[in-house]
Write a protein that binds this ligand. Structure first.
Ligand code: MN
Length: 251
């Protein structure tokens, strides 16, 4: 996490109230905002809720809404936050904050915003575009090595609609693959079976020799750790793409 640096106090009040500026920039932002006992995204949401509850809807709320967006709060999430708090803090405050939030989340959510929102839901990084394996995927995937010694572990992220081709993990002894789902919603399917919907915390044990595919749901980003189970003479056999007829049945 990058260290948060704030100069707004000194810029606005440095001459008029140097002590206040010091508390604002060095203590509130310099120390408290850099405390990691709660994660940054949660802290951004709490700040918006506190301002909304106190009826503060000036430029400081605008700043903190923009800050929350930067921290990966999606349009859907901020709408849910404001709706929830409106019941407790007051309906008119909900209206006031919604008017401001609509401006901050004005443009249609870009792919980069959606990726940032997905990334904020997990500990492991998304990594780099998975160019090395792109020929075996439909849609854009990303790869982040977590462990490349002893047991290979990779964080694989799929954009909405992205999935890998049918494939088989081969080995003479041992081998296979374990998927540990981290964030978003996805699917795993073995040939001849129904697709299994996947959520964070789900684990999939893939035996050697079984033809299968894995990937994101049509409307959701998805990440799983792929654990390469050690085996003798292990290899991957990449087969045909998962067609729209098969994938199109999934929601
Ligand atoms: Mn696999």
């Amino acid at each position: 996490m990058e260290k948060i640096v704030q100069n707004a106090g000194r810029n606005a009040l440095g001459e008029f109230a140097p002590e206040f500026a010091h508390y604002n920039d060095d203590v509130l932002f310099g120390e408290n905002w850099n405390n990691h006992d709660i994660d940054h995204k949660t802290r951004c949401i709490i700040t918006v809720v506190a301002l909304m509850s106190s009826g503060v809807t000036d430029s400081s709320l605008k700043y903190h809404l923009e800050n929350a967006k930067k921290a990966g709060v999606s349009r859907k999430e901020i709408a849910a936050v404001i709706t929830h708090v409106a019941f407790y803090a007051g309906w008119p405050k909900g209206w006031a904050v919604f008017n401001m939030a609509k401006e901050v989340w004005a443009e249609k959510e870009s792919a980069a915003d959606a990726r940032a929102a997905h990334a904020s839901q997990m500990l492991f990084p998304i990594g780099e575009p998975n160019d090395g394996f792109a020929q075996y995927f439909i849609g854009q995937s990303y790869l982040a090595p977590v462990s490349d010694e002893q047991v290979g572990i990779f964080n694989v992220t799929f954009e909405p609609g992205c999935r890998n081709n049918w494939h088989i993990h081969h080995a003479d002894k041992g081998g296979g693959q374990i998927l540990i789902c981290l964030a978003g919603r996805g699917y795993y399917q073995e040939e001849g079976k129904e697709a299994r919907e996947l959520h964070p915390g789900d684990v999939v044990n893939i035996p050697v020799g079984v033809k299968h595919w894995h990937g994101a749901a049509p409307d959701s980003w998805f990440s799983h750790l792929a654990v390469e189970v050690p085996g003798e003479n292990g290899s991957n056999e990449w087969l045909e793409a998962v067609t729209d007829e098969v994938y199109g049945l999934l929601k």
